[in-house]
Design a protein around this ligand. Structure first.
Ligand SMILES: [Zn+2]
Ligand SMILES: [Zn+2]
Length: 391
């Protein structure tokens, strides 16, 4: 079987891939509530001869297919959840679930996953090991991946390689980006209460004003990345909320701040948190107030394994052509696939899906998000070839 066959076979599935994708798009489901989607996926996998496990971390589905020989286990992951977004597209496949929308492309991921399942079943005789297709719930901040890890998805059998891809509207359809090292950042949530002493708005000298102290903290935090992180490293510190006070003539008791930290490197992350703590505590103290920082680690960084990247790149070049396989796509967004790639050598890559001429280039999570469906057969071809070549 040559690589050309994979591309042709994937193209021949186009009608079915589009039908699956549009059906999922019409019926989007929020994180950890993907019951309908999971039901369809489980039924299709069973029909193709997969050994199927359902309700893995609530609504997750795992399909296992053993090849003719014993060999490595390759896991491919596809996420299933939609977002609480009111769709503004007027297509005939627009969301029928008011206020819920596949605005990140996970409808496409499920369709691609079923396409990969179809081809792997067809190529079973040539599969040099086992393929484990993991349909994951709750990627959008709902901890679906760590829940699946806790439920044992990385055991029985343990994968040797993990693959995952995202439909990506920052790249033109037809391109595939495979990048070594960090591609998605670690995400932390931080909160901080700036405690002052409330009082009369006309008598500030008798109070400790937390609004002024917190304002200086917000300004001070802007120096954490610009003055304390090496210019050759990457980090983001964002203040996302600033809440305090109810009345125009009252100095409130406290102000609550919250935000996010994004980094790739564990040391940089540690330095950023330490520096933030200094700024927050000491700027507050300078104003006679007090403050403490609490940090919750949400997701580690997605770091691709160089050897798996090399093999995925070779597979992608073989099926779509070297001229459209790029490198260098990294984002400060986060992805809970990191919980898989930190346990098992893996590659998380991007499937270009934008087509500006057709108006298909709205950003992810936007109410007008949509993508060029040519990405579906391309994604099936690349992931199928990558499974066969990395196994
Ligand atoms: Zn998303
Ligand atoms: Zn997504």
């Amino acid at each position: 079987m040559t690589q050309i066959d994979i591309r042709m076979d994937a193209n021949s599935l186009r009608g079915q891939l589009v039908a699956w994708r549009r059906d999922f798009h019409r019926h989007p489901e929020l994180a950890l509530q993907e019951h309908r989607s999971a039901g369809i996926i489980a039924e299709e996998l069973r029909g193709l001869g997969y050994e199927v496990e359902t309700e893995v971390a609530d609504t997750g589905v795992v399909g296992l297919l053993q090849g003719s020989e014993s060999g490595p286990v390759v896991m491919a992951r596809f996420d299933m959840d939609a977002l609480a977004v009111l769709e503004e597209n007027e297509t005939d496949y627009a969301s029928e679930n008011q206020g819920v929308m596949h605005a990140c492309g996970h409808d496409g991921h499920m369709a691609i996953g079923l396409g990969v399942a179809t081809l792997m079943a067809r190529y079973r005789e040539r599969l040099p090991g086992t393929v484990k297709l993991v349909f994951q719930p709750g990627e959008e901040g709902a901890r679906g991946a760590p829940l699946m890890v806790e439920a044992g998805v990385l055991e029985n059998p343990r994968p040797d390689v993990v693959l995952a891809a995202h439909i990506w509207n920052e790249l033109p359809v037809g391109t595939v980006d495979v990048t070594s090292g960090g591609v998605m950042a670690a995400a932390d949530k931080w909160v901080c209460r700036v405690q002052g002493r409330g009082g009369h708005g006309a008598m500030p000298h008798l109070a400790v004003d937390p609004i002024v102290a917190a304002s200086h903290i917000v300004t001070g935090l802007q120096t954490v990345v610009s003055r304390c992180v090496s210019p050759l490293e990457t980090a983001v510190v964002t203040v996302g909320s600033f809440r305090g006070g109810d009345a125009f003539n009252v100095i409130p008791d406290y102000v609550d701040l919250s935000g996010t930290i994004r980094t790739y490197d564990e040391h940089v992350r540690g330095d950023v948190v330490r520096r933030m703590r200094q700024v927050i505590e000491q700027v507050a103290a300078a104003h006679g107030a007090s403050a403490d920082l609490q940090v919750e680690h949400l997701t580690p960084a997605v770091v691709n394994d160089p050897e798996v990247v090399r093999r995925v790149r070779a597979a992608a070049e073989a099926v779509v052509g070297a001229e459209v396989v790029t490198s260098g796509q990294r984002t400060m967004g986060s992805e809970d696939a990191a919980y898989f790639t930190r346990e098992v050598p893996g590659c998380y890559f991007f499937l270009g899906s934008a087509k500006p001429e057709k108006g298909l280039d709205a950003p992810h999570h936007n109410p007008r998000f949509d993508f060029d469906e040519d990405v579906l057969p391309a994604g099936v071809a690349v992931i199928t070839a990558a499974i066969l070549d990395t196994g």
